[in-house]
Write a protein that binds this ligand. Structure first.
Ligand code: PMP
Length: 414
């Protein structure tokens, strides 16, 4: 009989991780962090002005709230719906897609998700395998790279700066393409830059993806918020042949001032939508039934309230961009969509401001919050340093006061 002691259990030789490597690697959402910091200061009585949040300041329109209120009193709403969503809501999403984007979707190819964010996660989880690469135009919305990595895949950033109005070219995409490229992320109008691709640019990018068999995941959540001569172009509207390899993400949050209701959706080829629905059936099941009823009222209601909100955003956009461009060292391309301005602040970095010398946009954002109590999100949340994101989805007076405080602080740079 052997006198050898038994081999130590794994837990004795190598302590197990408390948080898994996969989840431990996730960066916290920088946009939510800035917003939380600003809200905490506000709650403590500080006169903070927050440009951090990506949500409209308007209340959800009355007819939507009333539909939800009625739904609360209906026992049918107290129950589960199918995991993929209320059939009547899926039909309304298909009808709204035809109305607003101009192409047909079968209600069977719709998955109602817990906000657009869940649609992002599920889209990538459904089509990506470890080792796949996803081309990610930068600056990008902060959730995309995390969702791509959670699926075991690799985000490959392609950067377009203020000098190219934050719009990537096909040549740049082609330079990033490898045999491992599985998908391209498109977000137009863009969070964080407000950039909008023209129909010609969208078509050129779509044709390139089609030619190389690359999937397109297109986030169209800001489709109703475009300004000046910009038009929203659904990629499937200009390259319909991409249908079998495109997932469209959308939701009611931004269009109808419904961020808190948590209703988004994805549409795509039947096999992908079916697989994503299976995933959701184990993850969260259906979106809150009352919220689905609210989204139904939104999508089947008039678009004139949406237009009123768009006009208010447009007015604020002009005010903000003019005020930012008047600050020495700051350059802000005019955003054509969504509700964000994305100024380049490289001309300010490295200079002395009130005894400090910020060298990154993260340091500058901290300084702005500390000195003049204005919350902005640094470019590091969306790609390289050198930029700030300011949402103009807040009241006109607060907007003027907030940008005025930043101008006054940066005016002291030397
Ligand atoms: N996509 C983009 C580009 C966004 O900016 C957001 C919200 N910040 C979402 C999706 C998700 O929106 P929600 O989950 O609130 O529907």
């Amino acid at each position: 009989m052997s006198t050898e002691p038994p081999a130590p259990a794994l837990s004795e030789s190598a302590p197990r991780r408390r948080v898994s490597a996969r989840i431990g690697a996730i960066a916290p959402s920088a946009t939510l962090a800035v917003d939380a910091k600003a809200k905490a200061l506000k709650a403590a009585g500080r006169p903070v002005i927050g440009f951090g949040a990506g949500e409209p300041d308007f209340p959800t329109p009355d007819y939507i709230v009333e539909a939800a209120s009625r739904a609360c009193h209906d026992i049918a709403t107290h129950r589960y719906t199918p995991a993929g969503g209320l059939p009547v809501l899926k039909e309304a999403i298909a009808a709204a897609t035809l109305r607003d984007s101009g192409y047909q979707v079968s209600p069977a190819d719709v998955l109602v998700t817990n906000g657009g964010k869940q649609a992002v996660y599920e889209a990538f989880a459904t089509i990506l395998d470890p080792g796949d690469e996803v081309i990610l135009p930068a600056p990008y919305w902060t959730t995309y790279p995390e969702a791509i990595r959670l699926a075991g895949a690799l985000p490959v950033e392609v950067f377009a700066g203020a000098d190219q109005d934050y719009l990537v070219t096909v040549d740049q995409l082609e330079a990033a393409r490898t045999p491992a490229t599985k998908a391209l992320l498109l977000c137009s109008p863009s969070n964080p830059t407000g950039a909008v691709y023209s129909p010609e640019q969208t078509e050129a990018i779509g044709r390139w993806a089609l030619e190389h068999g690359i999937w397109v995941v297109t986030d169209e959540i800001y489709q109703h918020l475009v300004y000046d001569d910009a038009v929203f172009t659904p990629v499937l509207g200009v390259v319909p042949e991409l249908r079998d390899t495109t997932i469209v993400l959308n939701g009611v949050a931004k269009t109808y001032a419904m961020t808190g209701w948590r209703v988004g959706w994805l549409t795509g080829p039947s096999d992908v939508v079916k697989a994503a629905t299976n995933l959701q059936s184990h993850l969260t099941s259906n979106v809150a039934n009352v919220s689905q009823r609210a989204a139904l009222a939104a999508l089947t209601g008039p678009l004139d309230v949406v237009e009123q909100m768009r006009e208010a955003f447009d007015r604020r956009r002009r005010t903000m961009v003019a005020a930012l461009n008047a600050i020495p060292g700051v350059t802000c391309p005019t955003p054509k969509g969504a509700f964000y301005a994305y100024p380049c602040v490289e001309g300010v970095l490295g200079r002395e401001i009130d005894g400090e010398r910020p060298t990154t946009s993260a340091e500058l954002a901290e300084l702005i919050l500390a000195k003049v109590e204005v919350a902005v999100v640094p470019g590091e949340a969306f790609g390289p340093s050198g930029y700030l994101r300011l949402s103009y989805a807040l009241g006109d007076d607060a907007l003027v006061e907030g940008v005025g405080r930043i101008a006054e602080l940066l005016g002291r740079a030397r």
